[in-house]
Ligand binder design. Structure first.
Ligand code: 5GP
Ligand code: MG
Length: 178
């Protein structure tokens, strides 16, 4: 029997254990260490969800680089269909830099497309994406994801930074909705 927990009104079952998650993160860090050597990348971790992934990833990144944290505020523009994603907290210049977005999960891909578009306004040299989780079956955009720690099916998951109704971000393992 898989371990089952309750968060708010919902039941979740253990899906991916910390040991496996962190093994995969180490592999991603290894790829980054060899690919981006000499590029002095700026890692841009997207709060809140990516906080735990970013912490673990950066412990394994051994090449020189910087890390900063941003938050995405999404609100509706003048028309209701026009959803605008504003990047908050980008207080470091990314002009002519190699930027690595550090994200918790890529689902439809809409968030990453919008963020990349916003970042391009600041003239980075290149923008790469590193995500803890990727749901290939949910992708609705043409998006290149450079680094993926774990590919998962189209389930709703919590833990390791990801929340359900604000809760569960602190769980060290990943759980999926039952
Ligand atoms: P996208 O724009 O790629 O559709 O969705 C990205 C955002 O949706 C993620 O940053 C995350 O906040 C949320 N999201 C997508 N799938 C899940 C999931 O399974 N669990 C949780 N907690 N959030 C998710
Ligand atoms: Mg996110």
């Amino acid at each position: 029997m898989k371990k089952v927990i309750t968060i708010r009104d919902k039941q979740f079952e253990l899906f991916i254990e910390q040991e496996i998650i962190e093994e995969r993160i180490k592999q991603v860090a290894g790829q980054i260490n060899s690919d981006l050597k000499g590029k002095d990348p700026v890692f841009l971790a997207v709060l809140n969800g990516a906080f735990m992934f970013a912490g673990e990833l950066m412990k394994e990144v051994t090449i020189p680089g910087e890390i900063t944290f941003v938050r995405l505020a999404s609100y509706h523009g003048t028309s209701t269909t026009n959803r605008v994603q504003e990047v908050l907290g980008l207080n470091k210049s990314i002009e002519n830099r190699c930027v690595v977005i550090v994200e918790d999960i890529v689902d439809s891909g809409n968030t990453m497309i919008a963020l990349k578009k916003e970042l391009e306004k600041h003239n980075p040299r290149e923008v790469k994406i590193a995500t803890l989780l990727f749901k290939p079956a949910a992708l609705r955009q043409k998006l290149q994801i450079d680094y993926v720690a774990l590919e998962i099916p189209n389930d709703f998951i919590v833990g390791y930074g990801l929340d359900y109704d604000g809760h569960g971000r602190n769980l060290k393992d990943i759980y999926k909705a039952k």
